[in-house]
Design a protein. Sequence first.
Length: 142
Amino acid sequence: MACLKDDFALIRYVPFAWIWYQFRSNFAILGCIFTVMVTVLQFKKAALGLAGSTEEPHFEKTSFRIRKKIFATLDVKAARACIKLNETDQSVFCLDKAVYPVPNKWGKQGWTFIELKTVHKDLCMDALQTAYNTVAGKQRQS
């Protein structure tokens, strides 16, 4: 099976996964399932595209900040992002297998990993925007 590649997304073909639709007692194949992944460059562009965000080094990772507060980090080698969410948002986003809390006290504070190789692009971008709003919103209240 061939992989399709363009500047915006990598699309991986998942064979034997079919969507079935029942219409007037007949089943028809609508098509195969495609998984849209997020590249490191896409995540970086999206994070820097948020108003007032900056990029700074953070140990061996890259951090994205709003007014000197980190809302996301990016581990290029592992193709994994870490974002700051509140408890409610974290529980909702973690329903997907590609998104999970950091397994220590940082996770209990809302820090959440996103596996870029397996997460759906829309979910990742929504989570990134939510993290940005969470951190930017706290700063506005102070």
